[in-house]
Write a protein that binds this ligand. Structure first.
Ligand SMILES: [Zn+2]
Ligand SMILES: [Zn+2]
Length: 402
């Protein structure tokens, strides 16, 4: 029987041998940012690399042109482990979330496991998941069955902390639109219905509500339409809000109260309200067994792993939805100093810095090692599944009507 440590060492050696190639590809993706659902070149580059290394690649899966599923089979039946890749950039600012590092770390991990897959049971899958930044690509892929048959998934995100059990907030999006009546703002204001005032009142109502929200709740918005000329009473105005909380159910409850804020604004001004809700991201539920295995592998590589603090800033990700369906981990790796947020120019520069490259390689190695652990040890996989089932049961109990 092949030694587990030896398999891991050979996967690590393979990743080390590919270091320059991975960093080069990361830099190319970084220099050519593509926003949600438009990641044509990034997706093609990753697919080409996987195909060149013997993966069976299916491009354009789940009805998304820039999604892909690449697979390589082990030497016997066993678990199916999926390493996920994100590669979308943000509008205007580019790769300020460092998804170029995510994509190439996942590629590196897959190529590391590829070097020893002939000695392992089971199956390794790489799923290319577009549009994490607001488009919810993983939700679409889940709905289209692209994750069917997968036993566990993982992905690593760059951050200012290294931790394996980071949570994320559940989020929902709300668009409010008000239709009023245009009138000359000086000649006949009494003839108008001011849609912009309805939007402003909505914000003021939300701010009053905010005083009484739990500390994990976030409500933030922008005005997308606010009229066209100062001397015309706006007959149309609109805003978009993001409502987040530590659990999906709580986010949905707060969302209803934000809608009430808009309804009250409509009543006060006489403007007619239309609202649309965009299904949001679920909160991330990290599988604890997988997280522990991942942390052990990082520590074996000499990477310091930070313990999750509930006060650490949390964003939202469609990986949360995956974690509700399949045992998953979404570790974070530090590439910037503590306190530097993502979606900033500093973070974008870090995504092509030596610290970013170290994060890429260490993430690739730990994902490869964790995949090898899961494929080689059916008992570990059983524990992962058991914990997932218990966590799901606990959630269902907690949400039963009382
Ligand atoms: Zn982001
Ligand atoms: Zn991100």
């Amino acid at each position: 029987m092949t030694d587990l440590a030896d398999l891991k060492q050979r996967a690590i050696a393979r990743i080390d041998s590919l270091r320059d190639e991975l960093i080069q590809l990361s830099a190319t993706i970084h220099a050519n940012p593509e926003v949600a659902f438009q990641e044509f070149k990034s997706s093609a580059r990753l697919c080409d690399a996987l195909a060149a290394h013997g993966f069976c690649v299916e491009r354009g899966v789940g009805g998304l042109e820039t999604a892909f599923r690449a697979q390589v089979q082990g030497n016997a039946a066993g678990a199916t482990i999926a390493i996920l890749a994100e590669y979308d950039a943000l509008p205007d600012i580019g790769h300020a979330c460092g998804h170029n590092l995510i994509a190439t770390a996942s590629l590196g991990a897959a190529l590391g496991v590829r070097a020893v897959i002939g000695e392992l049971p089971g199956c390794l899958v790489v799923i290319g998941t577009p549009a994490e930044e607001g488009g919810g690509g993983k939700i679409i892929l889940l709905e289209h069955g692209v994750f069917d048959g997968v036993d566990a998934t993982m992905i690593v995100h760059p951050s200012c902390w290294t931790m394996v059990d980071g949570h994320s907030l559940a989020s929902t999006r709300l668009k409010v639109e008000f239709v009023g009546k245009a009138a000359h703002a000086a000649v006949s204001p009494e003839g108008g219905i001011n849609a912009l005032e309805a939007v402003i009142l909505t914000f003021n109502n939300v701010n009053a509500l905010r005083l009484h929200l739990r500390s994990d709740v976030r409500v933030h918005g922008i005005i997308t339409d606010g009229g066209t000329a100062a001397n015309v009473i706006p007959d149309y105005a609109a805003a978009v809000f993001s409502v987040r909380a530590s659990a999906k159910e709580a986010a949905e409850q707060v969302l209803q109260r934000v809608i009430h804020c808009a309804e009250a604004a409509g009543l006060a001004t006489g403007a007619q309200l239309n609202h649309t809700i965009k299904p949001g991201y679920a909160e991330m539920i990290p599988n604890k067994i997988m997280a522990r295995t991942f942390a052990d592998n990082w520590r074996a590589l000499g990477v310091e792993v930070h313990t999750f603090r509930p006060l650490d800033g949390m964003a939202s990700t469609d990986m949360g939805n995956v974690s509700h369906a399949i045992p998953s981990v979404h570790p974070y790796i530090a590439i910037v100093r503590d306190g530097t947020p993502s979606h900033t120019v500093e973070f974008r520069e870090a995504a092509i810095s030596p610290a970013g490259h170290a994060g890429l390689i260490n993430s690739a190695k730990a994902m490869a090692m964790t995949t090898i652990d899961l494929l080689c040890d059916p008992k570990l996989m059983e524990k992962v599944k058991k914990e997932f089932a218990q966590a799901r049961e606990g959630r269902e109990q907690a949400t039963l009507p009382t």
